[in-house]
Design a protein around this ligand. Structure first.
Ligand code: ATP
Ligand code: MG
Ligand code: MG
Ligand code: MG
Length: 470
């Protein structure tokens, strides 16, 4: 029962319109008044003020298809069949309106009657203590008990600190034994690609207080999230999210530019998939007004773009190429996201400038890094000096994560403390320079543009990235 990405999106939104939901366009990837989040990472994220009661929603039932970025999944991209840094999340939300009794049967109706997925291949997970959800799935919907799996807090209970939280229930699709790891323990929740989680229904029914007590909310909420790329992978019967109609167009273009035949080399295939994913993140971020920089969102953008550029080098691509591929991304998604079309020239220009800038130093930087690696090997060491990593960052524009990734490919690591010390020292120098010039009455803007003006301290992937529901 093949369905294209754009068709599935429309089917979902109109299905929930039919259930009294107001359809809203995707919010920007840039969170509004939310310091806890660098980039929107779930459909519910931009709706938080409605969930907390801070703001009154335009309707108590809302449905969206939200652009999301999860850099927390970056290391899995290209390696699993189901993770991307950019993806679209379909969602339906209830602000103190309907609850479990309604949302569970609706989800089932959509999946089995609209998408017509075979029932016998669907699995359900619930939170271990959520007998209510069990009853609804089992009695009301008719799922056999053995296909309802109870899971623990880390998987099926959603909370961030204090405030509204609650159990969730996920829907999985069994893609068949040949897609699995084959281990005897393989089943729902296994990390392989056989049982794919595609829809998460969150039942926000508690308010957690400072002491850790859970109080039942008078008006509980519903927040659901279905990965569009994942459901499309299932509907199109393809191997991975990279082969669904829209993504495949990008993947093909990458292969064309690299003059490479997809499927002929495992390592190169990973590079192709990484580029295919990262180019989407980059294009959507720029279209929402993010510009490459050395801090915050701009740094995430720079990091993704430069990582993609490096994988381009691994494929033997010469010079800037991502800006050219961005056309395909825009073409794929311009109807759902008109901002892409409006800003097409701008997006391409930003990409080209940033790519060309990095292109001037990447080869030299790579040579230097390779020399460092050889040196370490000769000396039987495996930790690169913070100073050297900093030089690559500062002079050759290598995001620290990129240097780390390349080192890790040789089983090596970075002295991050040393790196952060260098970064601090440079910031200090910049500050001093600014003060001095200020005192002398000269233009401080010159110094503001020095690469020294940096706020990024690397704390590992998961800290630089979005917090919350990841
Ligand atoms: P997973 O366990 O597979 O990493 P998740 O539990 O972190 O997924 P949720 O936070 O529940 O995901 O998000 C809701 C839905 O969004 C998921 O069921 C999935 O369909 C989709 N999704 C989540 N992360 C990604 C990703 N990195 N790439 C593509 N789709 C994703
Ligand atoms: Mg999960
Ligand atoms: Mg989930
Ligand atoms: Mg996840």
């Amino acid at each position: 029962n093949y369905m294209g990405v754009n068709e599935i999106r429309e089917k979902y939104l109109s299905f929930f319109e039919g259930k009294g939901h107001l359809r809203l366009p995707s919010f920007s990837l840039i969170p509004k008044n939310d310091k806890s989040l660098l980039l929107i990472n779930a459909g519910m994220a931009p709706l938080k003020p409605y969930f907390t009661g801070q703001e009154v929603p335009p309707n108590r039932r809302i449905t969206t298809c939200q652009k999301c970025i999860r850099t927390g999944d970056i290391e899995r991209v290209g390696k699993t069949a189901r993770h991307a840094t950019f993806f679209e999340m379909l969602g339906n939300f209830s602000f103190g309106d309907y609850f479990k009794e309604e949302v569970i049967p609706w989800a089932w109706e959509f999946v089995t009657e609209v998408l017509k997925l075979p029932k016998e291949r669907l699995w359900i997970t619930i939170y271990q203590d959520d007998d209510e959800a069990f009853e609804i799935w089992n009695k009301k919907v008719g799922i056999p008990a053995e296909r309802i799996v109870r899971m623990g807090k880390e998987d099926n209970f959603w909370e961030i600190g204090v405030g509204p939280c609650g159990p969730c229930s996920e829907i999985y699709f069994d893609r068949g034994e040949d897609k699995g790891c084959g281990k005897p323990t393989c089943g729902v929740g296994c990390d392989c690609d056989r049982f794919v989680e595609f829809w998460n229904l969150v039942f926000t029914q508690f308010d957690k207080d400072e002491e850790g007590n859970y109080h039942r909310l008078k008006n509980p909420n519903i927040d659901t999230g279905m990965g569009l790329e994942r459901i499309a992978t299932i509907m199109q019967g393809v191997d991975s999210i990279f082969e669904i109609d829209t993504m495949k167009n990008i993947l093909n273009k990458v292969c064309e530019v690299a003059n490479y035949k997809y499927g002929s080399d495992d390592k190169k295939d990973v590079s192709v998939r990484i580029i295919t994913d990262h180019i989407r993140s980059v294009v959507f971020m720029v279209s929402d007004g993010v510009l490459p920089s050395n801090e915050g969102r701009g740094y995430v953008l720079r990091r993704l773009l430069r990582r993609a550029a490096r994988h381009g080098k691994l494929l033997g691509i010469e010079g800037a190429f991502l800006w050219e591929i961005s056309d395909v991304v825009i073409q794929n998604s311009k109807d759902a996201y008109p901002e892409l079309k409006e800003k097409k020239d701008y997006i391409k220009k930003v990409l080209k400038v940033e790519e060309e800038r990095f292109d001037e130093t990447i080869d030299q930087g790579m040579n230097i890094l390779e020399a460092y690696i050889d040196e370490l090997k000769k000396e039987n060491k495996n930790i690169l000096d913070g100073e050297k990593a900093f030089k690559l960052y500062d002079t050759y524009g290598f995001p620290i994560e990129l240097t780390l990734e390349i080192l890790q490919e040789s089983g090596m690591d970075i002295d991050l403390e040393g790196f952060n010390r260098e970064m601090e020292a440079q910031k200090e120098r910049a500050r001093a320079a600014r003060e001095e010039t200020n005192y002398m009455g000269t233009d401080i803007d010159v110094y503001m543009t020095l690469p020294a003006d940096i706020n990024t301290v690397f704390e590992g992937y998961n800290n630089t990235i979005s917090r919350g529901k990841v």
